[in-house]
Design a protein around this ligand. Structure first.
Ligand code: CA2
Length: 151
């Protein structure tokens, strides 16, 4: 099982600023914990981060055939990017959206996600642990699909 984890703009700054909102773990810390959790379950994680919308679109677009599912934190593009939404929909891989913070407790412009309607689910407000929760949900979804195909 191969899972692609896509992180959007400025998430590389995690652990250096705004710890009250985003916690004090770096993105590398979060990906290390996720990778360790995944490998105990026989799952391989490939992590990709970019600040550039087109690079995120290209990475999602190339995922079909190499990955079984996607975990994505589109960061600020969550609230603006039709291109990332279209890429998730077009790639046809089950995708879970993650946010470190609970965006509904923050500014109104963060309350809307353009990307979540094309995802199977969303996890928010649990900091870096949200990626582990997203992986659990995604693996359960993939197992359910597999069982339904066997029936
Ligand atoms: O809560 C989340 O995970 C967000 O996706 C984070 C985005 C924000 O635009 C979304 O509304 C919610 C921001 C990521 C930038 O992260 C920073 C980390 C440290 C310092 C500055 C930015």
């Amino acid at each position: 099982m191969n899972i692609l984890v896509v992180n959007g703009p400025n998430l590389r700054l995690l652990g250096t600023r705004e710890p009250a909102i985003y916690g004090d773990e770096t993105l590398a810390d979060i990906m290390r914990h996720l990778t360790a959790y995944a490998s105990e379950r026989g799952v391989r994680i490939e992590a990709f981060q970019s600040d550039i919308e087109g690079e995120l679109v290209d990475e999602i677009g190339a995922a079909w055939g190499s990955y079984d599912g996607i975990i994505i934190n589109p960061a600020a593009y969550t609230h603006t990017s039709v291109a990332i939404r279209d890429a998730i929909k077009a790639c046809r891989l089950p995708t879970v959206e993650v946010h470190l913070s609970n965006t509904h407790t923050r500014e109104v412009f963060r309350h809307t996600s353009l990307t979540v309607p094309v995802c199977i689910g969303q996890v928010m407000g649990f900091g870096g642990h949200g990626y582990v929760l997203a992986l659990d949900g995604l693996l359960r979804h993939l197992e359910t699909i597999k069982q339904e195909r066997i029936k």
